[in-house]
Design a protein around this ligand. Structure first.
Ligand code: FAD
Length: 259
């Protein structure tokens, strides 16, 4: 397999850096090819802006989706964005690795998504009709590829349990797993989450290392999160609501989008 790790941590001596190395070594030991996009080391530009669209003349109002689509179709996006898109096409598995900062990914990684997921590349593709609503949520550019998150959190596992004060971790990660990975077609694997990482000692690291190695060994075989695909009958078109007979009418929340 070809694995791309998009990695976001500013410190080369961090726990995240050590875990990234564990993942790379284990994947390579299994015979996989690995590339890493180390966003801080690359000095990745995180904010989307006018300079991302060299074809746009100074007088024209910036409409980000349009400019993104025009730039993508003309192969005229910036070199850094095109290089990341090439890596995504190369990889059959994508790993996003990051420390949980304010309950989500660091800004630099969000900016990677904003800039690399161009219109026409990762979204805005496919036909709309009374049977389909574009190629998304289970279909799209990355259909057939696998993806997962590797996340470290300062909070305890209990704090992220169903009744934990931070909210369930699956809910917090839903916008990334469902909105960023499943949306453009990835098959999404369960996330690897390390808790209570701020006070980790050698023994704790050793346990974590073993758990991460084991997860990397099952990356080809582990069952994905069973998200419901959009264009296969579970949702009403065009309202995109789950069919009333599929869950009880009182059922709400992210979990109804799993079959
Ligand atoms: P580091 O700080 O590099 O290391 C953590 C511990 O691991 C240290 O004790 C270190 O000694 C040890 N360690 C590192 N490498 C090794 C090694 N090779 N062997 C043995 N031990 C090692 N947490 C939440 O739960 N929710 C949040 O919303 C949240 N928001 C945050 C927002 C910000 C801006 C920041 C800075 C932190 C936030 N945190 C939050 C905490 C954050 O998630 C953790 O600090 C982070 O995940 C720890 O990962 P790290 O790589 O930065 O760890």
């Amino acid at each position: 397999m070809k694995v791309l790790i998009v990695y976001a941590h500013p410190e080369p001596r961090s726990l995240n850096s050590a875990l990234r190395d564990v993942a790379v070594h284990e994947l390579e030991a299994q015979g996989h090819e690995v590339q890493v996009s180390d966003l801080y080391a690359m000095k990745w530009k995180s904010e989307i802006s006018r300079t991302d669209f060299p074809l746009l003349d100074e007088q024209t109002r910036l409409h980000v989706s349009n400019a993104s689509k025009v730039g993508f179709n003309a192969n005229a996006l910036t070199k850094d964005v095109r290089a990341e898109q090439e890596k995504l096409l190369w990889a059959d598995t994508l790993i996003l690795q990051f420390p949980l900062w304010w309950f989500t990914m660091p800004a630099i990684l969000k900016g990677w998504v904003d800039r690399v997921y161009s219109c026409g590349f990762a979204h805005g593709i496919g036909d709309h009709s009374d049977k389909r609503w574009g190629d998304r949520y289970g279909e799209g550019r990355f259909e057939g590829k696998r993806a997962m998150l590797v996340v470290t959190a300062g909070g305890w596992e209990e704090h992220y349990s169903r009744r934990g004060i931070n909210g369930p971790i699956d809910d917090l990660l839903f916008p990334i797993n469902h909105g960023i990975l499943f949306y453009p077609g990835y098959t999404v694997l369960p996330s690897f989450v390390a808790y209570k990482t701020d006070r980790l000692d050698e023994a704790g690291f050793s346990t974590l290392e073993t758990q991460l190695r084991e997860r990397m060994q099952t990356i080809e075989t582990i069952s994905p999160i069973p998200y419901r695909r959009q264009n296969f009958g579970d949702y009403l078109i065009p309202t995109m609501q789950l069919r009333p007979d599929l869950e009880s009418p009182d059922a709400v929340g992210f979990s109804i989008h799993q079959g």
